[in-house]
Design a protein around this ligand. Sequence first.
Ligand SMILES: Cc1ncc(COP(=O)(O)O)c(C=O)c1O
Length: 395
Amino acid sequence: MDKKGINTRMVHSGEKPCPVTGAMRMPIYQTATFVFENVEQGARRFAGEEEGYIYTRLGNPTQNALEVKMADLEGGEAAIATASGMAAVSSATMGLLKQGDHVVSSEAVYGCTHSLFKELFPRWGLGVSFVDTSDPEEIAAAIKPETRMLYLESPANPTMSLVDLEKAVALAKENGLKTVIDNTFMTPYYQRPLEKGIDLVVHSGTKYIGGHGDAVAGIIVGSKEDLDIIRGTTLKDFGGIISPFNAWLLLRGIKTLGLRMERITSNCQKVAEFLQQHPQVERVYYPGLKNHPQHELAQKQMDGFGGMLSFELKGGYSAGKKLMESLELCTLAVSLGDLDTLIQHPASMTHSVLELEDQEEAGILPGLVRLSVGIEDGEDIIKDLDDGLKLIGQA
Ligand SMILES: Cc1ncc(COP(=O)(O)O)c(C=O)c1O
């Protein structure tokens, strides 16, 4: 059968009506364990000689439907749904690395990814170098004989700098490195890194994939070989699997992913253009703006610019604080990819786990404010920001 378009696959892929009841929607298989017909069958399932479910930490039909859908959308052979984005990041990286290995990572990554690599990895004898992965020369210079993995975020959280995926993949291939990318900001609707030769995609499914701010979840997508290793080691033994209910919430959320991304992106472009011309605003970081230093690269490797932007105010941190506290529609909260517009301060919130010098190195300045634009009317978001910005000038 012809491969259908991505919107069709978001609705249908991985799901079939229940052959017993005819239920159109995937049931929530809210069970911890599965019954064997006899002892021999249990033994065959444990030995991997017979397909079938054993125990929900090892697999469950609702989880499986989500995994099939996400593998299809990202263009991977297989997927694993996890309890959170951090369970995806930690299970994928630690499942494929061993003591003595070294990782080259983007320096601007989500705060807890940074602390996993910087604080926890050394406890298990894993090394890491954080570099500006928007510069392929910096990646090349950081590769050591023991480097095994290149870990990327593009666009980076919260600086919105991009990695040239084709160049990064070429360098990784030359040096025999496994490539992992966090695709949370773009989702497979706008960016499919596996098509560019990246080995593994990870997501915080809490964000656009779930899309409604009501479930914490994660996803890993890649080759069957890599995912079998992760499933049989870190997933099985650390146990960070998704609950059947959260898997179901994500299955439901994905059906509207394309609609949400289109609307969010159209709002975000308008908000970025509004902020860019505002006299109180020093700088806006959004790949959809023509003056973003990597706007052309964004057009080349992404199908849309997404709903995340950061900006700095001329009045620095104190002006940003005043703005965030004065807004009525935009909600002061971390997380992103929600239906509601969320605003937060990376240096003291999502990236506060980074030491000051690591924040500076990664471009997370004290005055930087991050906005996750929602699906409200764009004019209302802009009006809220405009009202807040007017207040800054007042005593
Ligand atoms: C880009 C990115 N990756 C990973 C994570 C971690 O995801 P979770 O909170 O679902 O563990 C986050 C969380 O904010 C994120 O923004």
